[in-house]
Structures are given as C-alpha cells and as structure tokens.
Design a protein around this ligand. Structure first.
Ligand SMILES: Cc1cc2nc3c(=O)[nH]c(=O)nc-3n(C[C@H](O)[C@H](O)[C@H](O)COP(=O)(O)OP(=O)(O)OC[C@H]3O[C@@H](n4cnc5c(N)ncnc54)[C@H](O)[C@@H]3O)c2cc1C
Length: 444
C-alpha cells in the first residue's frame, strides 16, 4: 500500500467575460472547443458567488481542504466530487478507530523522518503551516475528544472512526461545502483561464463538462488522479507498493507462525544497493506469519526500501538481531554459563532467560544449527556456542517476494499528511479568493 496524496492547486485569473449568474455551473455562457455543457454535471446550491472550487476526491484531504477553503472564503462555491463513498478510508482506518495523527512528533524534523517519500520536503515549512498539534486542536475545537496512546498514536476517545467522519461531514455541511457522490472527474484541461473538467458517472457513461476557477486534486493514490495531474502538465513519478510484508521460503520458519518479538533489529540487504542507507536498519517489534515476516519493523523496511525492493524484484535478505540489547560477547558468556549450570540437560529444554525468547523459536535456532533434540549441553563445544550466539545476533532470511494488502500500524503519519496538505491547499485557495474580493472592493 502506498498512501502518498497528490494535490495540485492552480489558479487562473477570473475573467469577467466568464462570469455566470446562475449557480448551475454547466450553464456557463461560453462554448470552448465544442464541448457539451450540461447542467446535471454539478449543481451548486449556494447563491452569491461567481467562483467555483472543485475538489476531486472526498477523502481526508479533500474534506479538510474543502472545509478550510470555505472557512477562509465563505462566498466561494466549493464542490467535492467523490466517485465512491466519502471518507471510506477514514472509516476502515486504524482498525476502525482511526489513528488521526501522531502526538509524539512535535519536532518537525523528527516528524519528517517518518515519511520515506517526502522526508526531505517535509523538513521545510509544510508541518509548520499545519502540524499534528494543529490537527489535534482542529478536531478538539470541532467537538472531537482525542487521546494520545503510549506509543504516540492519536485516536478519538470514542475509539470509533465514525466520530471523525461525523465531524468532517457536519463541518462540511455547516460551512456550505457541496458533496456530490457517484461521479468521477475523468478529464481536466486548462481552458481560457479556467479548468475544464470532464465528469461522468461511470467509465462508459457520457462525459459532461464543467468549468471551475480553482481545482484541488485530492484523489489519494488513485491512478485517475495521477492521470488528471498529467493532463494538466504535471510529471508523475510512477508509484510503487509500500507497507507490505516479506515473503520468505523457509518451511521451518512458517511453523513459527504467530510468534512475536517485542524488539529486534532488522537490516535490509539488497544486491543492487551498495551504499549504506541508515533507514534500511530498523528496530522494533516483529511478527512471524505463515508466509514470512511482518510487524512494524518489516513494514518500515518495506516503506523505506520500496523503490529499491521494486527494482530488485523483491529479492534480497533481511538480517535479524533477535537480542539487540545484548552484545555478542555477553551472549557467548551467557551461553557458556548456562552450559556449565545445565550440563546434564537437553539443549532444547533450556536456554538463558535473559534472551527473552520463546521456546519454539529457540528450537528453530537449534534446528538451523543442526542440533538433534536429544543433544545435552555437555556435548556442545564452545565454538558451536559461538555459532549459536552469532545466529541469534545475525540471522539471515531470504526475501522471495512481497505480500500486499496488509493493514499496517503506521502511527497516524499518513493522515497527518492528508490533513496538512488539505489544510494548506484550502488556505491558499481561500486566501486568494478573499484577496481578490478585497481588491475588487478597493477598486469599486
Ligand atoms: C486499511 C487502512 C488503514 C489505514 N489506517 C490508517 C491510520 O489509522 N492512520 C493513518 O494515518 N493512515 C491510515 N491509512 C492511510 C490513510 O487511509 C491514507 O493515507 C489517507 O486516506 C489518504 O487520504 P486522501 O484523502 O489523500 O486519500 P483517500 O482517502 O484515498 O481519498 C481519495 C478519494 O478520492 C476519490 N477519487 C479518486 N479519484 C477520483 C476521481 N477521479 N473522481 C472522483 N473521486 C475520486 C476516491 O474514491 C477516494 O475516496 C490506512 C489505510 C488503509 C488502507
């Protein structure tokens, strides 16, 4: 899953020749390029303004941006066009609880480091304009009680994503944002100082054309959104999958399915990547699944390595240190002491408790070292103990592919990107409309 939102704002000066007095935007009195204009495409209910902002996509960014633009410029007509269900990802996010943002990353440099794509850009003013604190204040000011969990994830106190949806929907309705669902923005072009948008219900249905003064593309990771942006002259970097788990071929590992490790240090090694990339080493929880490796550490590696993994055809190695808080020499001494204490016991029955491992995993390590189930500690030479220590500290797993469609716990950073991007776009458009309005008053 890759969750990079693409938003583009462009503004063309409003020409008075294009002014329309009716709010049925399809009724514009211009006929550029022999397009058919249809009143049914968008009906803007509010009267009193001549300008229209069309927001493509009724997700987190689209709603937040639309509400912000309408708040800054109340006279602006704002229409959100959503092809499916509005805020559908908010609904399923965070296991139905919606991890709204992250409350531990107030320092913008640290916050930016959580974005494999965008960390350089986000070190600039992006989060200064609207960061996690602002997001939390916004929702609190609009009646949503939030809580910060121990790991920094922020959720509504209700533990229900519906609270966030209800808040955004009612704020959109209160400010006068118009929502139109079941319609897809299929084409976009710059047309005589405005945007000409082709809107259709389904891919086969006829396109109706609408003119907008402002356009906010908040279509998430939809390929249609990328297409609209490229029609307007933007260049698109092809997206690649991110936040996936690693497939490994190791039948014995598969038997450990369900085993979790609260803290490992995992390093991603790809043949094509010769340089040392700091983010290719991650520390945190890991989970063994029936297909391979998962958990926050693996999801983070997949995100930071997304492009290199794609170009390596998802083949590589993950080296895992299962006891990262212990130095290898300490591990060797613990094994030696344990051997002396339990000479007559089977190796498979006991191991140093300081390792904090589960018995199933200890047996897996012994299997990989070629021990038989009946071997006694007394029969293990010291150099073999050193090999066991080394395996615990540097255990290689060959990656043979990726598994997509996982629900990664990512900490609320993706929504924060959507809130910040939507807010900044909405503010910029709203301010431009207000400034133009004030200028008009001055001239009058
Ligand atoms: C299962 C799951 C759980 C998640 N949990 C979390 C979490 O807890 N915290 C977190 O931070 N992130 C989470 N994410 C990521 C988060 O959902 C996204 O980062 C976020 O939704 C992006 O918001 P957006 O508004 O940019 O895009 P989207 O939410 O994808 O909204 C874009 C909207 O645009 C519409 N659209 C696209 N093209 C067109 C078109 N041409 N015409 C009309 N409409 C169009 C789409 O139908 C869609 O509704 C989760 C993602 C998933 C899949």
């Amino acid at each position: 899953m890759s969750y990079t939102s693409t938003r583009f704002i462009r503004h063309f000066r409003l020409s008075s020749a294009f002014g329309c007095s009716t709010r049925d935007i399809g009724c514009l009195r211009i006929t550029p390029a022999k397009k058919k204009f249809c009143t049914a495409a968008i009906s803007v209910v509010q009267k009193g303004s001549e300008e229209l902002l069309v927001v493509v996509g009724g997700g987190a960014a689209g709603f937040y941006g639309a509400v912000r633009a309408k708040t800054v410029a109340p006279k602006l007509n704002v229409v959100v066009i959503e092809k499916g269900q509005p805020l559908s990802k908010v609904k399923i996010s965070g296991g139905g609880r919606c991890n709204v943002t992250n409350g531990h990353c107030v320092e913008k440099k640290i916050l930016a480091e959580n974005y494999p794509r965008g960390h350089k850009e986000f070190k600039g003013s992006f989060f200064d304009m609207h960061g996690p604190d602002d997001t939390m204040s916004w929702f609190s000011d609009h009646g949503v009680d939030l809580k910060v969990e121990e790991d920094g994830r922020v959720f509504p106190v209700s533990n229900s994503s519906s609270t966030i949806i209800d808040c955004l929907m009612s704020e959109a309705s209160r400010t006068g944002v118009v929502l139109q669902t079941g319609k897809t923005v299929r084409t976009a072009s710059a047309n005589g100082g405005k945007f000409l948008l082709g809107i259709g219900k389904q891919t086969t249905s006829p396109v109706e054309y609408v003119e907008a003064d402002y356009l906010l593309i908040a279509s998430g990771n939809s390929s249609q959104g990328f297409s609209l942006a490229s029609q307007l002259g933007h260049s698109i970097i092809d997206p690649v999958p991110s936040l996936f788990t690693f497939k490994t071929v190791d039948p014995q590992l598969a038997e450990l399915s369900g085993v979790t490790f609260s803290k490992v240090k995992a390093k991603l090694i790809l043949e094509s990547v010769k340089r040392n990339i700091q983010q290719f080493t991650q520390v945190g929880p890991m989970l063994v699944t029936h297909w391979g490796l998962s958990g926050p550490v693996i999801l983070r590696l997949s995100a930071w390595g997304a492009r290199d993994l794609f170009s390596s055809c998802y083949k590589g190695t993950v080296t895992v240190d299962f006891i990262p808080d212990l130095h290898i020499e300490a591990v060797k001494s613990m094994l030696s002491r344990h051997k002396l204490q339990f000479l007559k016991q089977k190796v498979s029955n006991s191991y140093p408790p300081e390792f904090g491992l589960v018995k199933r995993f200890w047996k897996y390590i012994l299997d990989r070292q070629g021990f038989s189930g009946d071997d006694l500690w007394s029969s293990i030479p010291n150099n073999t103990l050193a090999s066991v220590a080394s395996l615990l500290k540097n255990c290689d797993f060959g990656i043979t592919g990726k598994v997509l469609n996982v629900d990664g716990v990512t900490g609320g950073f993706n929504f924060q990107n959507a809130w910040s991007g939507g807010y900044i776009a909405g503010s910029t458009i709203g301010t431009r409309v207000s400034d133009a309005h004030l200028k008009g008053l001055d001239l009058a």
